[in-house]
Design a protein. Structure first.
Length: 586
């Protein structure tokens, strides 16, 4: 009877497991498909982030060149330069670009396209060339369309020694201080470097990953196989593959093979990263998984019914522990217990989960560090762009005083100027106190009072308890300079400028108010919001950007309605000077 019961129970379990295997194969297939898509989409997005970071590095290189005063100033006056001056300038640019290229494996060449110089050095692959040197008219047309962008991979049309065959071109239009066009900067990126971010490194993988630009031209992989795969997609898609209204996930058939289509893109650089993942690989894993589960179940049902309880306990316990650890990781607790129990498979699974957790933690830390570096780079770049024309105007005023007076006023003028620049430089620190910022502005107004023959009145209204609060430097002087030049300038400097500062709870509000010509508040606030307006509002955008980068978007500049003149409000957080407070407590 026991034998019959055991045999019957075993047979029933085998039948049930067989039916379960069929149902399981269908269910697992759908689940695995969904999980594989989600995982692949996450991995593709990580590729996208790393690729976007690399292009950001290239953009930073271009920005450093676009802000190089020697290059910009010489290009702007290229037509008026003597022959020897042009020779020296071209040689210096060649050396500077070559040094940059030699320190980076991803950049193969840097050139500036400029037709104003009659001295060009074509012996060096880096430097300044005329547009006539580029025979590809289609490329020149692309370079002229936008102020910056990325052009899909093509033959390297500039490198003389052909050391790099294929390149991706990042370009940027260059402008002088008057926003006059002075040339096009081209940074040629080695396509193989881009390919390292795009291609799948997993062995025996049938995945196809392609990087396309906004015009659906292939960026990478620009190999024979990559071009052939992309051509097959173009030939078979009839444009449905690139339909902007297509669903987020879809299937695609190519060469009698069905693929998952996974896609991500970059809003910043307008490229598409597309991955085709074959169904056959996923189904193979599902079949193997279902087959193994069924076999183990049948064998276990025949020879281990008596041990069913033991095995259930030995499996459920480590699974619960692993799920508990997964929940902890979801709550930012990355501490993992490496020993789940005595079943080696579960320990291997936990070991893989532990390895994945460590990588996720490292990636989070790396992303945080890069984000911090990017914010600091933006802050430093914005602060380094402050226009020095005030220095020239002041020196001009000192010169005329020396000619007119012969005497002591010059000493006072120079003393004010020295104090102004000492406070402005602030020992190289980006932060100062509100008291020093006010003193810096006061010295500036004394200098301008001499320049304008005291034709304007300057009224200050500050709360005394604001002086020891901390702030970033140079947030008031550019606004008062605007008031003098644009507000009172039409009346040759005659009028009134008021500065008001009040603390309201945790914020400090400054008001800069003049009774001059006046500006439209809506237009000025639009300039603050839109970085694409490049011909005006540079100084106020600089102040607003530095404040928001340092303290957040809830702070910054805002132009207010007023019956006469211009009224702008500056909002910063009220930050105590910790060192000063400790000294007072002692």
């Amino acid at each position: 009877m026991i034998q019959v019961l055991v045999i019957g129970t075993s047979a029933l379990i085998i039948v049930l497991l067989t039916v379960q295997g069929v149902i399981l194969s269908i269910s697992i297939s759908d689940i695995v498909m969904s999980e594989v898509y989600d995982t692949s989409a996450e991995l593709l997005e990580q590729k996208n982030i790393r690729l976007n970071d690399r292009f950001n590095e290239i953009r930073q290189v271009a920005l450093s060149i676009a802000l190089n005063e020697e290059i910009v100033n010489n290009l702007s006056k290229a037509k008026d330069m003597e022959f020897y001056e042009q020779v020296v300038f071209v040689r210096n640019v060649n050396q500077f670009f070559s040094t940059t290229v030699n320190t980076r494996k991803d950049i193969s060449q840097i050139v500036i396209i400029n037709d104003d110089l009659y001295v060009n050095n074509y012996n060096n692959s880096n430097g300044i060339v005329k547009s006539s040197f580029i025979k590809n008219q289609e490329l020149l047309d692309k370079l002229a369309v936008d102020s910056d962008g990325i052009i899909a991979t093509q033959a390297n049309y500039l490198v003389n020694d052909s050391s790099v065959k294929d390149v991706v071109t990042y370009y940027r239009h260059l402008y002088d201080r008057n926003q006059e066009f002075i040339g096009i900067l081209c940074i040629l990126i080695n396509e193989v470097d881009v390919r390292n971010f795009v291609e799948n490194k997993t062995k025996d993988s049938g995945d196809i990953t392609l990087l396309l630009d906004e015009n659906r031209e292939l960026i990478s992989p620009y190999s024979k196989a990559g071009i052939e795969e992309y051509q097959k997609l173009i030939d078979k898609s009839s444009n449905t593959f690139f339909d902007e209204n297509a669903q987020e996930s879809m299937t695609y058939s190519l060469d009698d093979e069905n693929f998952f289509v996974i896609e991500t893109n970059s809003d910043q650089y307008n490229y598409r990263l597309i991955q085709l993942k074959p169904y056959s690989e996923i189904n193979k894993s599902v079949r193997i998984l279902v087959s193994n589960v069924t076999k183990v179940g049948i064998i276990g049902g025949i020879i281990a019914i008596a041990l069913l309880y033991f095995f259930s306990k030995s499996i459920t316990k480590p699974i619960r522990k692993l799920l508990f650890q997964m929940k902890n990781v979801g709550n930012d607790n990355f501490k993992i217990d490496t020993d789940l129990g005595y079943i080696s498979e579960m320990n291997e699974l936990n070991s893989g989960f532990e390895s994945m957790t460590r990588r996720i933690k490292l990636l989070i830390q790396e992303v945080d560090k890069k984000h911090q570096k990017m914010r600091m780079a933006e802050l430093n770049a914005l602060q380094s762009q402050i226009n020095p024309h005030f220095l020239y105007n002041t020196l001009d005023a000192i010169n005329w005083m020396a000619i007119r007076l012969k005497a002591n006023d010059i000493s006072q003028m120079v003393s004010n100027l020295g104090g102004f620049f000492r406070l402005g430089l602030n020992n190289g620190s980006d932060f100062t106190t509100i008291g020093k910022e006010i003193e810096h502005l006061r010295l500036y107004m004394k200098i301008q009072a001499v320049r304008y023959n005291n034709r304007f009145d300057f009224i200050e209204d500050y709360d005394e308890d604001l002086h020891e609060l901390r702030t970033i430097k140079l947030i008031l002087q550019p606004l008062v300079e605007n008031a003098l030049i644009h507000g009172l300038g039409i009346n040759k400097g005659e009028g009134i400028i008021r500065i008001i500062a009040r603390r309201q709870n945790d914020v400090v509000r400054f008001i800069v108010w003049d009774d001059g010509q006046g500006a439209n508040p809506d237009e000025m606030n639009a300039i603050l919001r839109d970085d694409k307006i490049v011909k005006e509002g540079y100084g106020i955008r600089n102040v607003n950007s530095r404040i928001q980068i340092c303290y957040g978007e809830q702070f910054g500049l805002k132009y207010l309605d007023v019956d006469k003149g211009t009224k702008v409000q500056v909002t910063v957080p009220a930050i105590e000077d910790v060192r000063k407070r400790k000294e007072l407590e002692r």
